[in-house]
Design a binder for this molecule. Structure first.
Ligand code: PLP
Length: 377
């Protein structure tokens, strides 16, 4: 009779530390379980600070979570057939996630973007096997975002089995983020406030609603860019990418937010750079804007308040923008130090904001047509 010899050597061998990071058999297994970093002094005031959830620790960024989830859900429902193409409009982070999901589930991926996409990002997407389609002209009203969406519609019409996740309006883009909330609860125990950027609205809605189930008094602070229409400001040219929109994504959960902050590009750049210098962990536009807001919140909430701030990605893709002296000088981004506190408006349509501003009235601009003071400069 054959005997099976068990592996009897201890793992790890005596004397070596026990590894806590998981060992996984597929790249998709690397997604999630991201670390938290305490951001206190000197970025924050003495005795104050917040916990940064470092989603840049995912292979591609925060959108790996939703890309895998949306693709899996579409396969399960039979909307995405085996081997069928995936096409999506994205400024980058979701593209990386979809390239990962395409690799994991066996689908070719086309990413529709605009000339603002960083060259490093297009190269990376191509390296991961995605096709990158760059639209040439902005839509006269809806800007680059609408132009990208129009191109996606064209590609969908050309090949009927093509599937588009439609991250702006797909409820799976919200559901995908419940595990992120559960990680935060496991890591922090109690959470009093969440600071979160808003682009499609996916991660703010998913994390915010799941955390409210645990902590009904949770304060949810949304962070947008100036020039974005999401929270009822008029559209204007935007330098910042990732957060903000020139359309009204249906995934934004307006009822969850206690307040919204609009942050301008130089202010986000200041925060992203200062974070890099002081705390090593940093990121791009959305990380800078979130960090600026979380730093302020840590100063105004009681010292014992536990604040979680979501950093959607890392600094790598921003070496040609946020962390590039020439780019920042050309765009006038280096000479503005943000004030210690934001300006305040009573309603998103009170006036057009061009620098860091806070509003505690948060409504869906498409539903709230009652308040009509003229937007003025
Ligand atoms: C870097 C970055 N930050 C923030 C966001 C906004 O996240 P959401 O689309 O979940 O609102 C995005 C979305 O693409 C992003 O790429």
């Amino acid at each position: 009779m054959n005997t099976i010899t068990a592996v009897t050597s201890p793992c790890p061998p005596a004397g070596l530390p026990v590894a806590t990071a998981p060992s996984v058999r597929t790249p998709a297994g690397l997604v999630g379980n991201t670390p938290l970093l305490w951001v206190g002094e000197p970025f924050a005031a003495p005795g104050r600070g917040f916990w940064a959830k470092l989603e840049g620790a995912n292979p591609g960024g925060i959108k790996d979570r939703t890309a895998l989830y949306m693709v899996q859900a579409a396969c399960d429902r039979g909307e995405l057939l085996p081997g069928a193409p995936i096409v999506e409009s994205t400024s980058g982070t979701l593209g990386l996630g979809l390239a990962l999901a395409g690799n994991a589930f066996g689908h070719p991926v086309t990413v529709v973007t605009d000339p603002g996409m960083e060259p490093m990002m297009s190269s990376l997407l191509a390296a991961y096997g995605a096709t990158v389609h760059v639209v040439a002209e902005p839509h006269p009203v809806g800007g680059w975002q609408q132009a990208r969406r129009d191109k996606v519609a064209e590609l969908l019409a050309a090949r009927p089995d093509t599937w588009c996740p439609d991250q702006y309006h797909n409820p799976d883009n919200v559901a995908a983020y419940r595990p992120l909330a559960h990680e935060l609860v496991a890591q922090l125990g109690r959470i009093d406030a969440l600071v979160v950027s808003v682009g499609t609205g996916g991660h703010s809605a998913g994390v915010g609603s799941a955390l409210r189930d645990f902590f009904p008094d949770l304060k949810v602070v949304g962070v947008d860019t100036t020039g974005s229409t999401i929270f009822g400001q008029p559209a204007a040219p935007r330098l910042m990418r990732g957060l903000g929109s020139s359309i009204h994504p249906r995934n934004v959960a307006y009822h969850l937010f206690d307040e919204v902050h609009w942050v301008a590009a130089p202010e986000a750049v200041w925060a992203a750079r200062r974070l890099a210098r002081c705390h090593y962990a940093t990121g791009g536009w959305s990380v800078g804007a979130v960090a600026l807001t979380a730093r302020w919140l840590a100063g105004v909430l009681p010292a014992e308040a536990r604040i979680a701030a979501i950093f959607p990605d890392g600094p790598q893709r921003y070496t040609g923008t946020v962390f590039c002296e020439t780019y920042c000088r050309e765009h006038g981004l280096l000479c503005h130090f943000p004030p210690d506190a934001p300006q305040e408006i009573a309603h998103p349509r009170e006036r057009t904001v061009t620098s860091w501003t806070r509003c505690t009235t948060v409504t869906d601009p498409l539903a709230d047509l009652t308040h009509t003071p003229a937007v003025r400069r």
